[in-house]
Design a protein around this ligand. Structure first.
Ligand code: MN
Length: 505
């Protein structure tokens, strides 16, 4: 069963005031309902907008923000000032609002009615200055938000709103989420570790540890009938050599991954977990490192991080939720090895086993090969090449006083030659703006070797996510120049170092 998406909606909140009289306010409310219906019918938005009453007093606004905080269906709010709405009315509500909001700077009519425009029209359609009053207050209060500009029927404005909604959905998927960490961090590894207390305070999810022995015990309880049924599914879904099929000499290795998949899935479902980490250094009681099992759970929407990497695990989950329904997949990934042809340098991304088949270009091949490290039996895994096209790598690191999200846009390419001996799934890419700049920028910024790789999630989505989370974001894209990026990193040290000086009030 795929892991469900958060069931949330977005409240569309229009600001006004009583100065204009009841007829004008009725018109504002009718316009808002018309706009919400139109935007919901556009087919562009991944979340439903819900029209809320027009806000005209501080008490209404405070009550609405309290309702938004308390209602689990409310993922976030879109604010828009149809008329002028004196912004001091909003202080009491916004200072306690805990849900993300976007400020949609739009207008009911697209065109001005040049031949008929009069003062009634002018009084009704005041977003051009009403939204500036609102924007001042948001900035004065140091509120993180996304500002979206354009007519509400314009596809570009709607696409921008859709991007923000996806970030909101990714954020909602982390609130109250639990991730299970089997075993600890890979010994001596720095970047996969970090402050889990700070992580929970910042991102709203918890990371809980369970001994590998509990997973081993669950694996021992899995029935042969359940394993048989799952192996039939494997044979239907993947290319498999005869020796791996039922009755084949090496079918046992596939059955072991089926056992692990069923044990892991049951453990995650019973515990209400949204993902997990493991560590090849501690597989006590398991016969194989989970490979195929992990790949299939990722394909069903679960987060995953290898070697105890809880931060990447949660990012994989959040980004799967953000990208849900879009073409392309999202996977745990690692920059593994390089092709340093000076004419066309490339990165080969892969992991020991755990790459999600949602990014595959072709039907994956289920294979069994030795692992080389870890000292366990040969694990079954899916082997494939990622489909070509635009993608990105995202890495969340803990800098001690803050989290930083690095985003590097890449172009996935066909491998320049076949890889007949490589027994793992892989993606081959050229990073933007160019190999040398991208790698230097990543390393200066402290980016991890582990990433959440996505063909569906965009930089803009992740910047919205970082804004909602209140964390630093460092995009490395086609426009990145190293000297400027180094300055941005230095400025970031000052900005984030000042911390409480930028407190909201
Ligand atoms: Mn790794």
């Amino acid at each position: 069963m795929p892991l469900a998406l958060p069931e949330i909606e977005i409240w569309f909140v229009v600001g006004s005031q009583h100065l204009y009289g009841p007829a004008a306010l009725e018109q504002v409310a009718a316009n808002a309902r018309h706009m919400v219906a139109g935007m919901n019918d556009s087919g562009v938005l991944p979340l439903r907008l819900v029209a809320k009453p027009v806000m005209t007093t501080p008490d209404d606004i405070r009550a609405l923000c309290q309702q938004a905080n308390a209602d689990p269906r409310c993922g976030g709010l879109v604010l828009w000032m149809h008329t002028f709405s004196p912004a001091k009315m909003w202080i009491g509500g916004l200072r306690q609002l805990s849900k993300p909001f976007a400020h949609f700077h739009t207008q009911f009519n697209r065109d001005l009615p040049w031949s008929t425009i009069d003062m009634d029209f002018m009084n009704l359609n005041q977003a051009a200055h009403g939204d500036r009053e609102a924007g001042f207050l948001h900035t004065r209060m140091r509120l993180e938000r996304t500002v979206i500009v354009g007519h509400w029927q314009d596809r570009r404005a709607l696409a921008r709103l859709a991007t923000w909604m996806r970030a909101v959905r990714g954020w909602a998927a982390l609130q109250g989420a639990k991730f299970v960490r089997f075993a600890d961090n890979m010994r001596y590894v720095a970047v996969t570790d970090g402050d889990r207390v700070a992580g929970e305070m910042r991102f709203g999810y918890s990371v809980v540890s369970h001994g590998v022995g509990e997973l081993a015990a669950a694996a021992a309880e899995v029935s042969d009938a359940a394993i048989d049924a799952l192996c039939r599914e494997y044979e239907a879904c993947y290319e498999m050599a005869p020796e791996l099929r039922r009755g084949g000499a090496r079918h046992g290795a596939v059955r072991e991954q089926a056992r692990l998949e069923l044990a892991l899935r049951g453990f995650l479902e019973r515990g209400g977990f949204s993902g997990f980490t493991d560590n090849f250094e501690d597989l006590t009681g398991l016969r194989q490192l989970p490979g195929l099992a992990t790949q299939r759970l990722m394909a069903d929407g679960y987060g995953f991080g290898a070697e105890g990497d809880w931060k990447t695990c949660a990012m994989v989950r959040a980004m799967k939720v953000m990208g849900a329904g879009l073409p392309g997949g999202t996977s745990f990934m690692e920059d593994y090895t390089y092709h340093l042809d000076p004419e066309r340098p490339l990165v080969l991304g892969a992991h020991m086993l755990e790459v999600c088949p949602s990014i595959a270009a072709q039907r994956p091949s289920l294979e069994v090969h030795p692992l080389g490290i870890g000292g366990k039996e040969d694990p079954a895994r899916l082997v494939f090449t990622a489909r070509s096209g635009p993608a990105l790598n995202a890495s969340l690191i803990d800098l001690g006083n803050r989290f930083r999200l690095l985003i590097n846009e890449v172009t996935v390419v066909e491998p320049p030659a076949p890889l007949p001996k490589l027994p793992v799934a892989r993606a081959v890419w050229a990073p933007k703006p160019d190999f040398a700049t991208a790698c230097a920028a990543w390393i200066y910024a402290g980016g991890a070797h582990h990433t959440a790789f996505s063909q569906a999630v965009t930089t803009e989505m992740l910047l919205d996510f970082a804004s909602i989370a209140g964390i630093e974001a460092v995009p490395i894209d086609g426009r990145t120049e190293l000297p400027r990026l180094l300055n941005d990193l230095r400025f970031g040290e000052v900005y984030w170092g000042l911390g409480s000086a930028f407190a909201r009030v």
